[in-house]
Design a protein around this ligand. Structure first.
Ligand SMILES: [Cu+2]
Length: 153
């Protein structure tokens, strides 16, 4: 399959939906997984082209993990962003390398690290749930359902 023929978001979505792809990914001998806590998506007006999502990622495993990407069945272009201040102006940038040492937690929160869920594929109103998964460097996925809310849980 020549994925360059498809928009990147669509290609990612297709890869995410093919079970063989996930099964082929390398799995660490120790299958301990970091956990996603307090996931939520901030409710936005109908027609919004992107939604922000937050969570706490906790690594209670014995080895470090690296988060490299985010996937979602409900968005055409999910990304990981960090809000940074440059010359007094707040801007969003790709998050860069996200490594969690054993015992560490990583907070995705308003004003900092966040999931930028772009191009919603269906309307998501308060009370709905978005399906999101984080992709680790070793190929494993961490899935969670993110309720759409007005404020942090
Ligand atoms: Cu952003």
């Amino acid at each position: 399959m020549n994925v360059r023929r498809f928009p990147v978001g669509l290609a990612l979505l297709m890869l995410a939906s093919v079970p063989a792809f996930a099964a082929a990914a390398p799995v660490a001998a120790d299958d301990c997984r970091p956990t996603i806590e307090s996931p939520w998506v901030r409710a936005a007006p109908p027609g919004a082209r992107s939604l922000a999502a937050y969570l706490v990622l906790r690594n209670d495993c014995k080895t470090a993990v690296e988060v490299v990407d985010v996937e979602s069945l409900d968005f055409g272009m999910p990304m990981i962003h960090r809000t940074v201040e440059e010359g007094g102006v707040s801007r969003m940038r790709p998050a860069g390398k996200l490594v969690l040492a054993p015992g560490e937690s990583l907070r995705f929160e308003p004003g900092g690290l966040h999931l930028m869920l772009m191009r919603p594929l269906r309307p998501l109103a308060e009370g709905d749930v978005a399906r999101v998964r984080l992709v680790l460097a070793d190929g494993r996925r961490l899935f969670a359902e993110f309720p759409v809310r007005r404020s942090a849980p």
